[in-house]
Write a protein that binds this ligand. Sequence first.
Ligand SMILES: Cc1cc2nc3c(=O)[nH]c(=O)nc-3n(C[C@H](O)[C@H](O)[C@H](O)COP(=O)(O)OP(=O)(O)OC[C@H]3O[C@@H](n4cnc5c(N)ncnc54)[C@H](O)[C@@H]3O)c2cc1C
Length: 298
Amino acid sequence: MSTHAPRTAQPVALPATLDEAVAALAAEPAAVPVAGGTDLMGDVNAGSLRPAALVGLGRLGELRGWEYRDGHAVLGACLTHARMGRPDFAALIPALAAAARTAGPPQVRNAGTLGGNIITGAATGDTLPVLAALEAHLVVVGPEGSERGIPVGHLLAGRERLRPAELLAFVRVPLLHAPQTFLKATGRTGPARALASVSVVLDPVRREVRCAVGAVAPMPLRPLEAERWVASLVDWDGERRLPPDALAAFGEYVGAACVPDPEPGPEGGEPAELSPALRHLRRTVAALARRGLGRALS
Ligand SMILES: Cc1cc2nc3c(=O)[nH]c(=O)nc-3n(C[C@H](O)[C@H](O)[C@H](O)COP(=O)(O)OP(=O)(O)OC[C@H]3O[C@@H](n4cnc5c(N)ncnc54)[C@H](O)[C@@H]3O)c2cc1C
């Protein structure tokens, strides 16, 4: 991806290992890491970012794959959307593969990475509701071999941040061996940002249905009461099917939780009403949640 914006050349480091990348960031505190550049170069082109130096992550082979550890998949932060969309990855974490397949046009999916999607943390980031529903943990590495884990929800909510010279290295995702879905509404055909997205994950061991809704708020929302209610209806030892009216009720529950009614007006005033646009958004979320759960249980 090229840029016309910078007028002075920035130093670019191209480390070959994670340790070298962290050392390069520690040596130049103003340096910014760049993975696929699909978000970062947009900011540079728009003139909203002028990095003094760049640390390219493209040569860090150790962050481009995944391995299995303690019932989890440990995903490298530099996995591209295109790689996550392939069938072998889809067999492992189907909802994340489905999200990756919808994240922009092919040239963006070939370059854009899981780590970049998380660190940008856009409301419309497609992997984010899936990671929230999976309750993924981020593994962050820093200078002198330091390593710490952060629940993905803490980073997205701004409760935790990366410290200077830290990099997101891996994303730890539980392997649930059960159906999971990701559905996205864009309002048009072809690749586009989400107006709303919903991920539904079944966790038969914990007997949980976990759901996260993307794009309707700055970070993915978990409708916890709706999750608990619907999980109590599922026959976990039997067929795990729900009748259409239960699926529809789950959709309504999720829609109302994630696109809530406005606060009541002052005493004596008109009762506050959802605007037509928000009513439509609530219906969209409800439809995605109903379909997502229906597919997970079918
Ligand atoms: C035309 C277009 C369409 C798009 N459509 C979608 C879409 O439909 N859905 C969607 O979700 N996204 C979409 N995107 C956004 C983008 O492609 C994704 O967010 C992508 O995953 C970003 O990854 P990247 O590797 O390109 O990140 P970069 O641009 O390289 O980096 C983004 C940010 O993350 C930081 N960073 C990157 N990796 C690390 C790391 N390992 N540790 C610490 N910091 C790091 C960078 O410093 C920067 O701040 C679109 C982008 C474009 C240009």
